[in-house]
Write a protein that binds this ligand. Sequence first.
Ligand SMILES: [Zn+2]
Length: 325
Amino acid sequence: MTTLLRGRLLSFKRAPQGLDDTDSYTYESDGGLLIENGIIAAIGPYATIKAQAPGDVTEVDHRPHLILPGLIDMHLHFPQMQVIASYAANLLEWLNTYTFPEECRFVESAHAERIATHFYNELIRHGTTTAVAYCSVHKTSADAFFSEAMRRNMRMVGGKVMMDRHAPQGLLDTPETGYDETREVIADWHGRGRNHVAITPRFAITSTPAQMEATAALAREFPDLHIQTHLSENHDEIAQAHRAAVVRVVRHFPQMAKHVFRRDATGARRSLALGALRRRSVGVKPAGQTQNRSAFSARRRRTQHRVRALLSRVSNGALGGPTRL
Ligand SMILES: [Zn+2]
């Protein structure tokens, strides 16, 4: 079966070096795109492509719309399909109210598989053909995520989340089970179809130092794998991560305590590094499926620091999209 799409065609050959780098892309104001049995066979000016198409070709006229290659979403959470755009004042409240309860359900394969179908339908519906995703802590969620990607022959990057503290019991692994199950996901899925596994410690607050050491062991064993995680995106989160880090420093390196704390004018003991962290804070976590104020403020900071990301609509909730930050 052969199909000819007609419309404005835009495709990139490489990353643009600037606004006037017109060699980095091809654009046809009246373009033709010939598809034979699901594979792109030719692309160019409509008249040229039409001339080489078989007589019984099926034509679909998309003018004046733009035809683009599939979008790539660099950050989303597969188990959060059902809570996209739920409102909360900040990330931690959003996690505890909506996200963690929903992620608990992914221990059941039937639920994970049902949401996987919905998840990929939504990705495709919004033009996203590849994504870098977090599954839940359960291996069942990674199995559903990768198995459905393989069935659709989509290129996906994903990982079983590792977290062993500060979450409901049903969402916690341990340094040992997080390590073992990540290895199982790698053995079962990495390189199968077009799947890539990413090592996925969720964020600083939810992984103990022991789990981070297990993460480092995985990274050494599998140096070709991607690693994904989150940076802190608001002051509460930074403070909580910082407290955990300070406790660890004081516990393991008591001789360093005097460098971590100082006394202010009132005699109260203050942490030195917290202020420094606050001044340097820049969120790089995309707004994701959250709809909360901290994500918005992180977005402003990213703009100031010229950090850019392209988000697809499915990961962007009520913010609309695609959105370039
Ligand atoms: Zn995220």
